[in-house]
Design a protein around this ligand. Structure first.
Ligand code: EPZ
Length: 417
């Protein structure tokens, strides 16, 4: 069984170029299945979830090659339209391949993605969007059999601005006949990245990043080359790590607008932040003030994915910080683990009340999901003593080897078998 071994007490100091975005890479890889030919993606991060996506694409018939951060996907021949259950279960977001596979091949067979981790992960909004575009979906024994006679543009209204459902709708609509209008669409930067790539391939997608997206269906798309945006959640992770350890960091190749919902809270802790077009400089004394109430919201509000790492930061910030998790039903599992390290956190449904403590203590804790694991790393870096984090494979889903990244900045940590 693997564990991360984290020695606390070392301020993080140095410069780091932030990895490409996991949550943009995955829909872009799905788009590479839709677009016939050779797609080249630059700045594609080396992550477990990306590897799972490669396995899905190879199963479909794509030839996928990686050279450093550049990935080439040849989807000229798609010989299969189903995703094996084991791969669907490995990565819930594999559902984002559904729209692309159906639009490319006219059919698809996938399993319901698993639930838990952050609460049930329903896909009702995904299926509603795809059905409105003319896709016939037969659900039986946890299997979805999809087929179409013709993809037709439609007016789609999302009851919630689901990121994945918006991506699925865009992927299915861009080669549909006629116009599609998506209202109450998700506006995350990853949606804009997907639309920019598809438009470079010849799609006609307007309004990505707004609440209403209009898509004029086109008959064919031309494979192209594209650079994935930087990972805004990895960026917040490193900022939290620098802040909690009393460090000094220069984070490069980033898009500051992507974390506009987070920066005001970081400033409230008392850290010094200097922001320009592509970089963020942070300097911290390690003495942190508590933050005003943090409510997770769809973009451009405070991102739910940043909540766990910010809670680790709040655990050591003098005063009370209240969190309200409005996006996922069960996204406080890290609170239980942080409490083992001496954090003072009270949970009440969607609300978590964090009373900052002067010191956290190293402990044996468990990564229960990707961002909870990242939160435990952040806390361990500032704890007194050694923190052992089991099940680090959760963290590997969204971060290039986290111990390598952080050791470059002066952390003392290792991965032990
Ligand atoms: C994406 O997940 C991200 N994953 C998540 O990041 C992120 O937390 C989430 O968006 C919100 O920003 C990827 O992009 C791969 P949603 P997604 O559909 O698309 C409910 C990480 O740590 N819902 O916007 O699954 C859902 O249960 C991951 O990097 C339905 O009810 O998120 C949740 O409560 C975690 N029915 C809420 O909407 C549906 O059909 C938001 O989900 C779909 C979603």
């Amino acid at each position: 069984m693997e564990e991360l071994k984290v020695y606390g007490g070392n301020p993080l100091i140095g410069e780091l170029s932030v990895q490409g975005a996991k949550n943009s890479s995955l829909p872009l890889l799905a788009a590479a299945v839709l677009v016939k030919g050779k797609t080249v993606l630059h700045n594609c991060p080396r992550l477990r979830d990306v590897e799972i996506a490669f396995q899905i694409m190879r199963h479909l018939g794509c030839i996928v090659k990686r050279e450093d951060d550049t990935v080439e996907i040849d989807s000229t021949t798609i010989s299969c339209s189903e995703i094996p259950e084991v791969l669907m279960g490995e990565m819930r977001s594999s559902i984002v391949f559904l729209g692309a596979i159906v639009a490319r091949t006219g059919m698809a067979t996938v399993n319901f993605p698993g639930g838990c981790e952050l609460g049930p992960r329903p896909i009702d909004l995904h299926l509603a969007c795809l059905r409105q575009l003319g896709i016939l979906i037969d659900e039986h024994n946890g299997i979805l059999d999809c087929s179409i006679d013709k993809l037709k543009g439609s007016k789609i209204t999302l009851s919630f601005p689901s990121v994945g459902a918006t991506e699925n709708a865009i992927l299915a609509a861009c080669t549909a006949e006629g116009e599609t209008i998506i209202t109450n669409a998700a506006a995350e930067p990853e949606i804009v990245d997907l639309a920019c790539f598809l438009n470079r391939c010849g799609a006609k997608i307007y309004g990505a990043g707004e609440k209403t997206i209009v898509i004029q269906g086109v008959s064919r798309l031309q494979a192209s080359e594209y650079r994935v945006i930087p990972d805004r959640i990895a960026l917040v992770t490193w900022l939290c790590a620098g802040a909690i350890t009393g460090g000094e960091l220069l984070l490069k190749q980033i898009v500051p607008e992507h974390i506009e919902g987070v920066l005001p809270f970081l400033e409230q802790t008392g850290v010094k932040l200097l922001v320009d077009h592509h970089n963020i400089y942070l300097r911290s004394t390690g003495k942190l003030n508590a933050m005003s109430a943090i409510r997770t919201m769809p973009y451009p509000g405070f991102p739910t994915d940043a909540q766990p790492m910010m809670m680790a930061l709040a655990s050591k910030a003098a005063g009370t910080t209240v969190f309200v998790e409005n996006i996922f039903e069960n996204r406080y599992k890290h609170a239980v683990e942080l409490t083992k390290m001496g954090a003072d956190i009270t949970l009440e449904g969607k609300v978590a009340v964090v009373e900052g403590v002067p010191t956290l203590s190293g402990a044996r804790v468990r990564a229960t999901d990707l961002r909870s694991g990242a939160a435990l790393v952040v806390a361990g870096l500032a704890a007194e003593g050694i923190t052992y984090i089991s099940d680090p494979y959760h963290i590997d889903r969204g971060y290039e080897p986290i111990e390598e990244t952080l050791c470059q900045l002066g952390a003392v940590m290792s991965r032990i078998k």
